[in-house]
Design a protein around this ligand. Structure first.
Ligand code: ADP
Ligand code: MG
Length: 731
């Protein structure tokens, strides 16, 4: 699915004036407008334009006699204007009667008439559609008040021997302000200049696929007899060639990134027997699960190597990733380097901070706290401690990657809920070590004997954590340059969560359930959705629910938590809830990640139909953390679509995060699954991972061979396809 899939017909069909001029092939007077619009679509180089492929085609290779054009058909007709008048029927409109010569077969048949109707028009229209003028029009035939008509057809003046198109006319993905005719001309011109010679060595492209130039020529201008079906469903060999090219570029750039990473250096952080990590393990109030031990070993193995680790730690909600982060930090700090832990929200960062302080401070480790809300003197003090190396572990939000934050020697960067960060942010973190100044830690030479005195080419180790598991095919494709560790086991003593789905009409029953849970000494979350368009609405929703629950449970403390509250107030509410003094917490999705209150056993999610499955799963994971049986209630409003029903059913049927991710993928497809934050998804414009699995396999086989035997061809190919985007794949 192309990223800019807006149907050009709806987005670029302006008042008819522009259609008329664009149909005549003359781009508007302002050159900068459409040019800018093209740049917005990433169409800068000739090759970008050549690779901008049609969404569909229009057939302008033949004329349909008006008499034969049926209602509902989109056709091209030609005739002479017999009448042109402006009428006031409800609104001002231009009515034009067109008459053609009639069908060939009918002898000297009388011509047939067609009405053209324009609701927006300019004097220039009336001129080009003057009586006696011969015009060629294209549009959908509708049954109108005066018989058959076309509303806002494209049209252009012709004479009797104006030739017809010899190829199907492409319709390209476009945006507002970018007329099709302009784009067509630009692409046709670019196709002549673009370097389209085959860069892949002979014999490397799978057999039945045509050469690139041939494939592109075909797709931009298919012959009149082309099989439209195979063009539209992208099964045509020309399309296959393009998809193969795209997949190959992606595989190449990822493998290249992987190889480049092997050339990068990172501090070696070996695990010392009897060291900090063992002391932490001994001090924990629980034993690690087998899965936690296994992933700790995988991480320790990577940290001991002189190449930067680039590892994703995935584990279901509540599987205990934080303690794995702490164990990794302990190894890093023991080796004399600093560790940073970055979380997407203040609340989550603070939870980590408290937990890590609890575990690590007794062992003599200094933990610093850095978020946007730390200001003034306190902030400067933190920054100093980070810069002089006295802060060994730095926990915070995005604030951690700001330029002002200078580490003395960052050895390990941990990113929690990594999918909520962008590529640029991950890259910034990776550059943190290289950009720092000053000497490296005492004895670092022992760890990194080959490290040059200057810091170029040095990166910290990276550990990314996520509760949103990435299905295998996606991991393979988008994250070829990422090692994955999985915690596939929950800590013992968890009770399963039962999920029930309620229509909003049964709200009273839900409130009765809350009263019961609270009476048993349990705590309850009530989550209201984020309404994207309006933070204010969002808040209203939560505030009203808060009032409703306060009225229904007058003896209880009901809290309210939302994104707009000042951090101090949020923290106060959270601590009341954590301490068990507050029984019910009404929150917008700010509690989505990481909150850990084992006594909470009931989670109510309002407007559950508006959440993504993974998000619902994450929210649900806030309960079921203690030993009591927990319940999650999903309230939906309004009639549900088929997909909506399937989604909520999936939630009720399973609590396995991996299974939910799989179903999410089935229901939504990979692009949406990954979300716009994942650059990788945007990079696949044409290929579909599932449908084009055989092409993907071929690309995966070819990529390493090309890199080894034809590195120049590989580089050319990547540049052709990705240009500047290639950098993004490394993050
Ligand atoms: P998540 O993977 O969702 O980030 P957390 O790290 O917040 O999960 O862990 C959830 C809860 O489980 C925390 O209270 C944590 O202290 C606890 N926990 C983690 N590991 C274990 C374990 N091996 N045994 C018992 N409790 C554990
Ligand atoms: Mg967590």
């Amino acid at each position: 699915m192309p990223p800019m899939s807006a149907d050009p017909d709806s987005s670029t069909r302006p008042p008819a004036a522009r259609e008329a001029s664009s149909a005549a092939g003359t781009p508007g007077a302002t050159k900068s407008g459409p040019k800018k619009a093209m740049e917005k679509l990433g169409l800068r180089r000739d090759i970008d334009l050549a690779l901008h492929l049609p969404l569909r085609y229009e057939d302008e290779t033949r004329l349909t006699p008006i008499a034969e054009a049926g209602e509902g058909e989109t056709v091209q007709c030609e005739g002479v204007v017999r009448e042109s008048r402006v009428e006031l029927r409800g609104r001002r409109q231009l009515i034009v009667r067109l008459q053609d010569e009639g069908s060939q077969g009918a002898g000297r048949a009388r011509g047939t008439e067609l009405t053209l109707r324009f609701l927006h028009f300019y004097p220039t229209h009336q001129k080009s559609l003057a009586v006696g003028q011969r015009v060629r029009v294209r549009g959908e035939i509708r049954g109108g008040f005066f018989g058959r008509e076309m509303v806002h057809p494209t049209f252009r003046a012709v004479d009797e021997d104006t030739p017809l198109a010899t190829a199907l006319t492409p319709v390209y993905p476009a945006g507002a302000g970018l007329p099709q005719a302009y784009l067509r001309k630009a692409i046709a011109a670019a196709m002549k200049r673009a370097p389209l010679d085959e860069v892949l060595p002979a014999g490397t492209v799978p057999k039945p696929l045509p050469p690139l130039r041939e494939a592109l020529n075909y797709l931009h201008h298919p012959p009149p007899l082309a099989r439209l079906g195979s063009l539209e469903d992208h099964s045509h060999p020309a399309w296959q060639r393009l998809k193969f090219e795209e997949l190959l570029a992606q595989q190449l750039s990822q493998m290249k990134a992987q190889r480049e990473r092997a050339l990068l250096r990172a501090p070696m952080l070996p695990t010392r027997p009897g060291g900090l990590q063992e002391r932490l393990l001994a001090a924990l109030p629980f034993a690690l699960t087998g899965a936690q031990r296994r992933v700790c070993e995988e991480i320790a193995h990577d940290l001991a190597r002189p190449q930067p680790m680039h590892r994703l730690l995935q584990g279901d909600v509540g599987s205990g990733k934080t303690v794995v982060a702490a164990m990794s930090a302990a190894i890093c700090i023991e080796a004399g380097w600093q560790c940073a832990l970055m979380a997407p929200t203040e609340i989550l960062a603070e939870q980590h901070f408290r937990k890590l302080i609890g575990w690590l401070e007794p062992l003599g480790i200094r933990v610093a706290w850095l978020t946007g809300s730390v200001k003034g003197k306190a902030r400067q003090k933190m920054l100093d401690a980070v810069a002089d190396g006295s802060a060994q572990l730095v926990v915070g939000t995005h604030a951690v990657i700001e330029d002002k934050v200078q580490f003395k020697f960052l050895g390990l960067a941990i990113v929690d809920e990594q999918h909520r960060f962008g590529v640029a942010q991950r890259l910034a973190l990776r550059k943190k070590l290289e950009s720092q100044t000053g000497e490296l830690p005492p004895g670092y030479g022992d760890h990194v004997p080959h490290l040059p005195p200057q810091r170029s080419g040095i990166e910290p180790h990276m550990l990314m954590m996520s509760a949103t598991p990435i299905p295998r095919t996606l991991a393979m494709t988008y994250f070829a340059d990422l090692d994955v560790s999985t915690i596939d086991e929950l800590p013992p003593g968890r009770s399963p969560i039962v999920t029930r789905v309620f229509a909003d009409g049964r709200r009273d029953e839900v409130i009765a359930k809350i009263a019961d849970a609270v009476a048993e000494g349990r705590q309850v979350y009530w989550v209201c959705p984020l309404i994207e368009e309006s933070e204010a609405l969002d808040l209203k929703n939560a505030t009203e629910t808060h009032a409703e629950l306060s009225a229904a449970l007058p003896e209880r403390m009901i809290g309210l938590l939302h994104g707009r509250m000042p951090p101090a107030e949020k923290a106060a509410v959270m601590s009341l809830f954590s301490a068990g003094e507050m029984q019910v917490l009404v929150a917008t999705t700010v509690i989505e990640v990481g909150v850990d209150v084992p006594n909470a056993s009931l989670m109510v999610i309002e407007h559950a139909e508006r959440f993504g499955l993974s998000q619902l799963h994450q929210l649900r994971g806030r309960v079921g953390r203690g030993s009591v049986a927990s319940v999650c209630v999903l309230i939906y409003t309004g009639p549900l679509s088929q997909t909506g029903k399937e989604r909520l059913r999936a939630m009720a049927e399973t609590t396995d995060g991996f299974e939910i991710a799989r179903r999410d993928l089935d229901i939504r497809g990979p692009g949406e699954f990954m979300g716009s934050r994942q650059s990788g998804a945007e990079l696949l414009r044409f290929a579909d991972l599932q449908e084009d699995a055989p092409l993907l396999q071929a690309a995966r086989r070819l990529a390493p061979q090309l890199l080894d035997a034809h590195p120049a061809a590989a580089a050319k190919h990547v540049d052709r396809w990705l240009g500047s985007k290639a950098e993004f794949l490394k993050a």
